[in-house]
Design a protein. Structure first.
Length: 317
């Protein structure tokens, strides 16, 4: 038999007018639904797979420190008595950023609860699952585009990340891959991958390339002349250092004037992280009028990029 929270049962009995049987039923159903929400796995939104997720900021913190490095430190050969060892922790900027709280809620009215008890069926978890999904959708949006109202900068709008300008030598001076020869496309992707090593003096390299789905599909379905090899397969073979080639829907039409985007970089936690102090929490039930409501909360800082030189953005592919 499903267990329940004793404190929640006492609350239901004190604030409502259910009899003991109905109160126990609701308490058990709340435990059942909460467990389902945590157990059910849905296809993750792209922010949770593209960016390393960090949850090390303590719950309840109101601010966090973001550190941004503007150069790549390199160790040097030293003498036995050297006292001027090169520093590799020079911070270009240290900002205090606000931890933003998110919230939504789900619940059932008394009629729904009584009907479920009478039919001896569980309350549906659909509302609770929708509440969690809505929270994840908001976190995903903030990760890519930020929230101007609350002064959160998303990854795509981070002014510290450099941009690579695609050559305008496609048909009609186009920058789009679909308007270029296969040699031009290979050149462009090679140059995107080379952008990070060049701007870090060969210290860093790209390990991830994310494409707007239209661009990814073109690379994945367009064959090199007189071969069975696609452009994507060829590029993956010649660039083993790039371990992730991703189709990311949030990049479709995300650039200036609706242009498709490509992003590349060293997506390791040392250089970038999606900071979520609290992913999703369901609070104790509250009775409001004829409904029993479960408030849900989360908190987010956003995407912190500690080494902007390890990333590059591209528009117009």
């Amino acid at each position: 038999m499903e267990r329940y929270d004793e404190n929640e049962l006492r609350y239901i009995q004190n604030v409502g007018h259910f009899d003991e049987s109905a109160s126990v039923f609701l308490a058990r159903q709340l435990t059942h639904v909460r467990a389902q929400v945590l157990r059910v796995k849905k296809a993750p939104l792209n922010a949770f797979t593209l960016f390393p997720v960090q949850t090390d900021i303590p719950e309840g913190a109101e601010t966090a420190i973001q550190r941004t490095y503007d150069s790549v430190g390199i160790a040097e050969i030293i003498s036995n008595y050297a006292d001027d060892l090169p520093r590799v922790d020079l911070v270009a900027k240290e900002d205090s950023v606000k931890v933003m709280n998110l919230g939504d809620a789900y619940g059932w009215n008394e009629k729904e609860i009584k009907n479920a008890q009478f039919a001896q069926v569980n309350l549906t978890a659909d509302k609770a699952l929708a509440a969690r999904r809505a929270m994840d959708v908001k976190i995903n949006k903030i990760a890519f585009r930020g929230d101007a109202k609350h002064k959160i900068v998303g990854f795509l709008d981070n002014a510290n990340i450099s941009s690579y300008a695609l050559p305008t030598d496609g048909t009609g001076s186009s920058t789009r891959f679909s308007d270029k020869t296969e040699d031009q496309v290979i050149r462009d992707v090679n140059n995107i991958i080379r952008a990070v090593p060049l701007q870090t003096h060969e210290v860093e390299q790209i390990n991830t390339l994310a494409f707007a789905p239209t661009v990814y599909a073109y690379l994945a379905t367009t064959r090199l002349s007189n071969t069975e090899t696609t452009l994507l397969s060829f590029l993956q073979k010649v660039h083993p250092e790039v371990t992730r080639w991703m189709s990311v829907g949030e990049l479709e039409g995300a650039g200036t004037a609706g242009k498709n985007m490509i992003i590349g970089g060293n997506f390791t936690p040392e250089y970038i992280k999606l900071e979520i102090p609290q992913r999703f929490q369901q609070l104790p039930v509250e009775r409001r009028n004829l409904e029993y409501i479960v408030n849900c909360v989360a908190s987010i800082v956003g995407v912190t990029v500690t080494m902007p030189l390890a990333f590059v953005k591209v528009e117009g592919a």
